[in-house]
Design a binder for this molecule. Structure first.
Ligand SMILES: Cc1cc2nc3c(=O)[nH]c(=O)nc-3n(C[C@H](O)[C@H](O)[C@H](O)COP(=O)(O)OP(=O)(O)OC[C@H]3O[C@@H](n4cnc5c(N)ncnc54)[C@H](O)[C@@H]3O)c2cc1C
Length: 578
């Protein structure tokens, strides 16, 4: 039974990141530590009371296609109604758009809890939020008036329609056509893999669709973004968009993954968002938020997997309780420490978005935006790849039972698999990291981040020896990362494909180093609190021990990856694959 790790969230938000600093700005004047605690406790109650009980039955039953539309799993409609009634849809939506305006860092923390309890359910609200963001960002006042209010309350849900059979990672290949027709367009084409593209949980579904206006330039510069409602809001008439089938998948069975046909008859009515041919640009801004959320899915499932494995190890006896076997302890600590490193990395990245919003336009704000953008592919790629490792370890801790569906842990592993694929595969995140983030600003944002973390880890004079050793390891790892990034520029100058050949190892090195540095910085804070006689000594000691484990078991991976980045390109680019 999944338990929300609220205590760890509050430690990271309050003691480590000082998220309450946001309240100094008028933008987040209502925010406080107490508010964060209340919200996370309530989010946790929703997770354990409503979402968790549906997780396994939903996996077993799965969403179903019918000629009258997709039917979600038993209980999902009621759970969604409750989610809406409790006002959760509005949590992260700005107050100016009728939302509660919670900082991204708090909304992301709540999301991790809900993903941990039931990832398949939560994909629907997550995508709705992304659709709301797209409208807020680039929609005309008229479009906002027509669609936003009911999307913000959750009465209507939203989707993201990018993928087509020939256009997955390569969105330049999109073929869906948009033909101007008076004040709107008519869309013709097929989208695949559309999450919650059809369902019975809400009155209407508002699709955000990438398509090409006839005569637009080829490639990514000719793609536009459209709002296509399933049902026309004013008349209640059905639009010409139809769910043709849903996929049979490895995991997230309760989440319908739809093939959508647009324009089988007269063309699906769509309204242009922003300007023609700028669709991908808008989509990217919205995808950055979604990518952070998908990274956090990895963390939520890692936490779930750890809890499942811990519970099992406390009841299974082989000679003695298996939790007493050193290798099982190692696996549990690997899961726990990875999860906590993922969490602090994700929350740190989310906070940069909030800090940017509180600053006036200028250098400091630009630096916060750059740091958020730099960290987004790292959070997405690293946390989801680690989630695959951590959920697999949970199966290992269960032994043979882990391979058996009744244990529940097999589902966690299956559900986690997709996180490293959708919203841009790990390869695509790594290309983004190198191309758009590191090469474009010549490493400026990364240099500033490394320097900031080095400074945070600096004042370690009175730390206990184990913490001081971990901090020294983290500093060395940060220095090594700086060298790797500098070296990458040399590789890229000589040959761009050579740099892309080691993009994923570089992203993973970033993840281990940055996540490790933040986790170890948390241990320093915990040690200081412990020294002042903080009441929660057991929690603080565990925080320190977890970071110590990370510094000796996970952090060394960064050094190995540095070697690969430094000297691994040629073996990729020159080898014959026969
Ligand atoms: C369950 C599920 C839900 C989804 N939900 C949605 C949704 O709601 N909306 C939506 O629009 N899409 C959705 N998708 C689609 C998803 O985003 C794509 O599957 C994903 O982007 C990968 O595209 P692809 O499947 O075509 O793989 P491909 O692009 O064919 O990739 C195959 C392999 O090639 C690699 N590759 C491709 N190009 C490059 C490159 N330039 N550099 C390095 N490596 C590369 C990839 O990393 C991957 O390993 C969903 C998919 C699934 C399975």
């Amino acid at each position: 039974m999944y338990q929300p790790p609220v205590k760890d969230f509050l430690f990271v938000l309050d003691a480590q990141l000082n998220a309450a600093q946001l309240a100094k700005s008028t933008y987040y004047a209502d925010f406080s530590s107490e508010l964060a605690e209340a919200v996370l406790n309530e989010a946790g109650r929703f997770a354990t009371g409503v979402l968790e009980p549906l997780n396994r039955p939903g996996d077993q039953q799965g969403a179903r296609w019918t000629p009258d539309g997709v039917k979600t799993v038993d209980g999902a409609v009621a759970a969604y109604r409750q989610f809406v009634a409790d006002g959760w849809v509005q949590l992260g939506v700005p107050q100016s758009a009728g939302g509660q305006g919670a900082p991204v860092v708090l909304a992301i923390a709540a999301e991790e809890i809900w993903f941990g309890a039931n990832m398949a359910f939560m994909l629907c609200p997550m995508l709705s939020f992304a659709a709301v963001e797209a409208l807020l960002l680039a929609g005309s006042p008229e479009l906002k008036k027509r669609f936003l209010p009911k999307m913000v309350t959750g009465e209507w849900t939203g989707t993201m329609n990018l993928t087509e059979p020939q256009a997955g990672s390569d969105l330049a290949a999109i073929r869906t056509r948009a033909v101007p027709d008076g004040d709107h367009y008519r869309l013709f084409g097929q989208k695949i893999f559309i999450t919650y593209g059809d369902h019975d949980m809400a009155d209407n579904i508002i699709h955000m669709v990438l398509a090409r206006v006839e005569g637009a330039p080829p490639g990514v510069r000719g793609i536009s973004l459209f709002v296509v409602p399933r049902t026309m809001p004013e008349t209640g008439a059905s639009n010409d968009v139809r769910c043709v089938s849903i996929e049979h998948k490895l995991g997230i069975h309760a989440s319908p993954t739809c093939v959508l046909a647009f324009g089988d008859q007269q063309g699906a009515i769509g309204y242009l968002i922003g300007e023609e041919n700028r669709g991908l640009e808008y989509m990217f801004i919205m995808m950055n938020a979604a990518r952070l959320s998908v990274g956090v899915q990895g963390t939520g499932l890692s936490e779930r997997a750890f809890q499942q494995a811990l519970a099992w190890s406390r009841t299974r006896v082989q000679g003695k309780l298996i939790i007493e076997h050193p290798d099982v302890r190692r696996m549990l600590l690997a899961m726990k420490s990875s999860t906590q490193a993922q969490r602090v990395l994700g929350l740190y990245a989310a906070l940069q978005n909030d800090i940017a919003k509180t600053l006036p336009a200028g250098e400091a704000r630009a630096a916060a935006v750059a740091r958020a953008e730099l960290l987004t592919p790292i959070v997405k790629g690293f946390c989801t790849e680690q989630a695959n490792v951590v959920t697999s370890l949970a199966v290992q801790v269960h032994g043979g039972m882990g391979f058996i569906e009744e244990s529940g842990v097999a589902q966690t592993m299956r559900d986690a698999r997709i996180t490293a694929i959708y919203e841009g595969t790990t390869g695509i995140q790594s290309n983004d990291l190198i191309g758009r983030k590191l090469l474009r600003d010549k490493g400026a944002a990364m240099r500033a981040l490394i320097a900031a973390l080095m400074a945070d880890l600096g004042a370690a004079a009175n730390d206990p020896p184990a913490v001081a050793a971990a901090a020294a390891a983290a500093r060395a790892s940060l220095q090594s990362l700086q060298q790797t990034v500098d070296g990458l520029f040399k590789i890229a100058t000589a040959s761009v494909p050579a740099a892309y050949a080691v993009a994923v190892p570089l992203l993973m090195q970033c993840g281990f180093t940055l996540g490790g540095a933040l986790l170890i910085q948390g241990a320093q804070i915990a040690a200081r609190r412990l020294a002042t006689g903080d009441a929660d000594a057991a929690f603080l000691r565990a925080k320190i021990e977890t970071a110590n484990f990370y510094s000796t078991h996970w952090l060394p991976q960064a050094a190995a990856l540095a070697t690969t980045v430094h000297s691994g390109s040629a073996s990729v680019t020159t080898a014959e694959l026969i």
